[in-house]
Design a protein around this ligand. Structure first.
Ligand SMILES: C[S@@+](CC[C@H](N)C(=O)[O-])C[C@H]1O[C@@H](n2cnc3c(N)ncnc32)[C@H](O)[C@@H]1O
Length: 317
């Protein structure tokens, strides 16, 4: 039964993405019948009710007689006004849906390009959806988890290389009041980080800086440096990025690497194994080895989140 359930999980995933895309969750800010939801969203009444029943079974919608309403979980994660909104995760999920749909051909040919593109408007908003997805993931516990594993109470100046929407810098600055951070990333990402940092009221603690790791140095004189989700296995130019990180840190500076990591015998866990198919992942041992090879000392795994398949490695310059 467990194996068959695993196989069927795509149906629930599709229902969640479709309900989000059709605006069902926004429509249910106030309780409504399925006919009212269908009228507001321009959808078919019977199919709307069927989707809403499935949303009830998933715990995001509650049924009260003929009316449907959002559960507290859905209010917290599925409405755009919430700081933990995961609309980006669902939109990015639509892009990846098509990539995974083409997996058979991809495995046959080794050509990721052979996978189908998502329909518009998803394909042309790929970068934006991806960065908002990073925020949704970070803001729902992962960034706080990372901040709890570290002691940066004697550090002042963090560089968040390819810091994306800035969610991890925000969590670290919230936990360590003396810390200031610089989120360094490509221009379209910095445009989103600007919105996120303003939303969290962190403009006085977090600076934004445009950079491209293929052309630019990361800067200098930082006493800690975060590389979150940018060292994804052999194809990730880890040597080049770590050499630039080494030059950006002061002697004694702390390197912090957070990424999906496979266990050393390459048998899981499942989230890291799936990420490895789509993007790539080191094992814990491989990551420690590349960090040491870049000249860092005291490299060690300080925490591993097996449910998520991600680990946290620190080392000293
Ligand atoms: C997987 S996201 C990680 C974001 C964030 N560190 C996190 O953990 O959520 C990868 C980041 O790398 C950035 N990036 C991609 N190519 C880059 C480049 N050439 N130079 C600088 N940043 C780049 C993207 O804009 C994105 O923010």
């Amino acid at each position: 039964m467990a194996l068959m359930e695993l196989q069927w999980q795509y149906r629930a995933s599709r229902v969640l993405m479709t309900a989000h895309q059709l605006g069902f969750f926004a429509a249910l800010r106030e309780p409504k019948t399925s006919i009212e939801v269908a009228a507001q969203c321009g959808t078919h009444a019977d199919m709307t009710e069927k989707l809403l029943i499935a949303c009830c079974a998933m715990g995001v919608v509650r049924r009260e007689g003929d009316c449907f309403t959002l559960t507290p979980l859905a209010r917290d994660m599925l409405l755009p006004e919430s700081p933990r909104y995961i609309g980006g995760v669902l939109d990015h999920g639509e892009n990846l849906w098509w990539t995974w749909t083409g997996l058979t051909e991809w495995v046959r040919t080794g050509q990721r390009e052979s996978t189908p593109k998502a329909p518009e408007p998803y394909a042309s908003h790929w970068h934006e959806n991806w960065i908002w997805a990073m925020h949704g993931i970070g803001a729902n516990g992962v960034a706080q988890w990372l901040a709890r594993q570290l002691d940066l109470s004697d550090r002042r100046n963090l560089l968040d290389v390819a810091g994306g929407p800035g969610t991890y810098s925000i969590a670290l600055c919230q936990r360590f009041p003396q810390l200031r951070a610089t989120v360094w990333d490509l221009p379209p990402t910095i445009a989103i980080a600007t919105q996120v940092i303003r939303r969290f009221g962190m403009e006085d603690r977090i600076t934004l800086q445009v950079g491209d790791w293929n052309k630019d140095e990361f800067g200098a004189d930082y006493d800690c440096l975060l590389m979150g989700n940018i060292l994804h296995g052999a194809g990730s130019q880890a040597d080049m990025k770590l050499a630039k990180a080494f030059r950006a840190l002061l002697p004694g500076g702390l390197l912090i690497v957070h990424d999906f990591l496979l266990n050393n015998d390459k048998s899981g866990p499942l989230p890291a194994a799936l990420f490895n198919i789509n993007v790539g992942a080191y094992t814990i041992g491989e990551l420690l080895a590349v960090v040491r090879a870049a000249g860092f000392k005291e490299a060690s795994l300080v925490a591993y989140n097996a449910q998520r398949g991600s680990g946290l490695v620190t080392a000293v310059r």
